[in-house]
Structure formats: structure tokens, C-alpha cells
Design a protein. Structure first.
Length: 377
């Protein structure tokens, strides 16, 4: 990436030489050019929110910025990119969306997230640290910045305007009004599940901002809940890509002897899964882990994996995440262990499962979704 501060070498995480997706885009470059041209003071506390793969904090490392991210993969990419470019450990402070932000912020740079709810939550959490002289600049691709995006900045921080578009990217400029009354933070959001979704019918779901379908039960998960495996009599179960943890919680409610591992790369998701589990007074053992899928789980140690894999990485459509999840499941399942997957019919997961496991069985289907089972031989 070419920046006014040099040309850092950047990759995504985990690094894959076959991956053609870059670790930055035109909105990152636009923001960095703006900072170099306008030269706002960067000697104070610089906070970068939503820096997807560490491109912004790597370029601005000389100013000792703080990065705040919801992505474990993004944080690991940042660590790797900082090291790759010779930045000393500790130069950039790495925080998650679950950590307390700095008490004072002099420059706030926001890479607009896909989730409007996550943007709302983060702006509300950061607002008390912003003062009248704080420089606030957001950035994103044109397709990511909507009227509702600008309205959030305006409602929470102060008067907001946008730049002209350059290479399909746009900047957001906000003039903070610290004394203004701000709305209460509506997150996390709680709701009661309907009566037709198996063991979790009538139970509570807790969603922190940014989790997929945070204000309702998505139709794929609803379909999956109606067709979960039953009567297994315990064992080690993984809710892989757990989101709000409703799948793993359903298994735990149906089978108190089951030992459930909830894992997701989103800090917000794992916090949601933990709160959902606790809200329903589940008695069985559970572990909650933020990380890269099943990495670190011993081979041959799992009896059942439940998976509703994402097929987007930010704005890019890709099956790379699903493939890594399926591969991890095959490695960690015991002989006879099962991977259960729900997905849109058109994604063709059955072909991937047959390639990896040598088998794939349709458990249930409707015009939109399919539940598949693959057995580790």
C-alpha cells in the first residue's frame, strides 16, 4: 500500500498466498491522504476504530495510535502487519470492542463497519471521551456510507458532512458537540424466542451490537433449530461461528450432559453467546473462546460440530471461511463424529462436504435452506 508515510507491506490473516483480496482498500488510502494533506495534530491520543486488517494503524504507527476492533482475525492481522513492517511491540495499543476506550480522544478515525448497530454502539461508547477539539474523520466505500450512517454521527457526536467521492470512497467529517445530550445505548438487545424452535422455545437471546441479525432470529438459524440432532447423551459439542450462541444453548438445554464450546472470531459474538447461555440458567459445562475457528482445539476431541457459516468477508462474497470451518471440523472430530451445517441451497455446501468427508446427507430442506450432515470416518 502506498501512503504518505511509506509503503507498508500488508496481508490479511490467516495469510494465504492464493488470496487475491487486499488488506486495504481505497477508503483507507483516501483517509491517509486526507490526514497528510490537512495535517491535523496527531500528537495527542489517536484512536482508530474498525481498522479491518491493520492498514491504518500500521501506516500511522509513528503516532502511537490505539486500535479498537471487533475482529480477532483483524487484530491478529494487525499484529502480523506491524511486525512485518518493523514496528516495535507496544507502539500500537490493541483494544477490542469489549474493552474500555481511552479516557480522552484527540483524533478519532472510524472505518465504517458493515453493521450500523455496531457503529451506533461504538460511537456511544466513545462519545464521553471526545471533546470539542477532537478531529473526527470517518471513511468507507460509497456503497457502505448511507444517510443512516451520517445520521448516527450527527445524532451521537455532532454536525456531520461528507466529502466528494474519490475512487468510489468517501470521507465523513464530524464536529463534536460534547455538551449535547446523547441517547442511551440500546445494546445489548434481548428478546424471547418463538414457541416453534425446539429446546430454546420461549427462552431468551442476548445480542450485542454487530452480531448477525441482532434484533431478531434469522430464518436460517430458525430452520436449523427445528432440525438439531437429539438424544446424543453428552459429548463434546462445538457451536462453530456461534454468533449469539443460540444453537449451542439449544443443545445444552436439550442435553445437560453435553460439554459445549462456543467459538467465534467476533468479540461481540462471543460476549452475546456467553450472555445468552447465562440468561437461560443452563446447568451444563461450557467454554467461550474468541479465535480462528477450531484452531487450537485438539484433533479428534469433538463429537459434534454445529455450523452456520458466513459467506461474506466484509463486502466480499467468498467461501473461504466456510471451507476453513469445514476443514477444521474434520480435523477435530472423532471417528464417527458429525458436522451439521445449515446454509442457503445455492451455496453448494454438499459438494464441499463430500470432497472433505467423503459423504454428505441431507437432514432437512426447504425452498431456501438445507441442513446437511457429514460424518468423520
Amino acid at each position: 500500500m502506498t501512503t504518505p508515510w511509506g509503503e507498508p507491506v500488508l496481508t490479511r490473516f490467516p495469510e494465504d498466498p492464493r488470496d487475491r483480496l487486499r488488506a486495504w482498500d481505497a477508503s483507507d488510502e483516501y483517509l491517509l491522504r486526507h490526514l497528510a494533506d490537512r495535517r491535523p495534530p496527531l500528537s495527542g491520543t489517536v484512536v482508530v476504530v474498525g481498522d479491518r486488517w491493520g492498514a491504518l494503524v500500521t501506516a500511522l504507527a509513528a503516532y502511537r495510535p490505539t486500535q479498537i476492533t471487533d475482529s480477532w482475525l483483524g487484530q491478529e492481522a494487525t499484529r502480523a502487519n506491524l511486525a512485518r513492517n518493523g514496528v516495535e511491540p507496544g507502539t500500537v495499543r490493541l483494544l477490542t470492542t469489549r474493552d474500555d476506550p481511552p479516557e480522552r480522544i484527540d483524533v478519532l478515525l472510524v472505518r465504517v463497519p458493515k453493521s450500523l448497530a455496531l457503529l451506533e454502539d461504538q460511537l456511544l461508547r466513545l462519545a464521553p471521551s471526545v471533546h470539542a477539539d477532537t478531529v473526527v474523520v470517518g471513511t468507507g466505500m460509497v456503497k457502505e456510507i448511507h444517510t443512516s450512517t451520517l445520521a448516527l454521527f450527527e445524532r451521537i457526536l455532532g454536525p456531520t458532512r461528507t466529502s466528494l467521492a474519490e475512487r468510489k470512497a468517501r470521507l465523513i467529517f464530524c464536529a463534536p458537540e460534547p455538551a449535547a445530550a446523547r441517547p442511551a445505548n440500546p445494546w445489548p438487545y434481548r428478546y424471547t424466542l418463538p414457541e416453534d424452535v425446539g429446546p430454546v422455545s420461549g427462552h431468551t437471546v442476548v445480542n450485542h451490537a454487530g452480531v448477525f441479525c441482532a434484533d431478531r432470529l434469522d430464518i436460517g438459524t430458525r430452520f436449523f433449530l427445528r432440525h438439531l440432532p437429539a438424544g446424543r447423551g453428552g459429548g463434546r459439542v462445538v457451536d462453530l461461528g456461534c454468533g449469539n450462541g443460540v444453537l449451542g444453548t439449544a443443545i445444552a438445554l436439550a442435553d445437560p450432559k453435553a460439554e459445549v464450546l462456543f467459538v467465534d472470531e467476533s468479540f461481540q459474538a462471543v460476549a452475546s453467546a456467553q450472555d445468552t447461555y447465562r440468561a437461560n440458567d443452563v446447568s451444563g459445562p461450557a467454554e467461550f473462546r474468541v479465535g480462528d475457528g477450531l484452531a487450537g482445539v485438539p484433533a479428534g476431541s469433538v463429537d459434534l460440530v454445529l455450523n452456520n457459516p458466513p459467506f461474506h468477508s466484509h463486502q466480499a462474497t467468498t467461501d473461504a471461511t466456510a471451507w476453513r470451518m469445514f476443514t477444521g471440523a474434520r480435523r477435530t472430530l472423532r471417528p464417527g463424529g458429525e458436522l451439521w451445517v445449515v446454509g442457503n441451497r445455492h451455496l453448494g455446501y454438499h459438494a464441499k462436504l463430500r470432497r472433505l468427508f467423503g459423504n454428505s446427507e441431507v437432514v432437512a430442506s426447504d425452498p431456501k435452506f438445507v441442513v446437511l450432515k457429514a460424518v468423520r470416518r
